[in-house]
Design a protein around this ligand. Structure first.
Ligand code: FES
Length: 127
């Protein structure tokens, strides 16, 4: 089954006169995730991609897990500062493993790693 981790790379951007300045928090998180992803166990049925925005901008940083026959999870308020981005990325991939290995994709609050326990923005049923 195909699974996808979508990472908003516009989240936590700094803007000046309508122009984006520097590297966004979302880009930093995406870079950290892709680095960890290279050494992740079974990548054959879980890919990762950058998304410009998922319309949850007030909850930066935002990622989504999706799969055709599973509910999609949108997580927000994920830290991307230098001190915490490594822990955030590791927690996202740990949660992704649970999502991938669970036939119905459902993940209880207590089994999700911090900081993905309280940051659920939406759980969208599959088609
Ligand atoms: S900027 Fe990340 S969800 Fe809109």
């Amino acid at each position: 089954m195909v699974h996808r981790l979508m990472v908003c790379t516009t989240c936590a951007s700094t803007w000046e006169n309508g122009k984006k300045i520097g590297i966004s928090g979302g880009e930093i998180l995406f870079q950290e995730l892709t680095g960890l992803y290279q050494s992740w166990g079974d990548r054959s049925n879980f890919d990762i991609c950058a998304i410009a925005c998922m319309s949850a901008c007030s909850h930066a940083c935002v990622v989504t897990f999706a799969s055709p026959a599973k509910p999609s999870y949108v997580f927000g308020d994920l830290p991307s500062d230098a001190e915490r981005v490594g822990d955030t990325a590791a927690a996202i991939l740990q949660c992704a493993e649970i999502y991938r290995d669970r036939p119905n994709g459902l993940m209880a609050w207590k089994e999700r790693p911090e900081p993905l326990r309280n940051g659920v923005i939406a759980r969208i049923p599959p088609l």
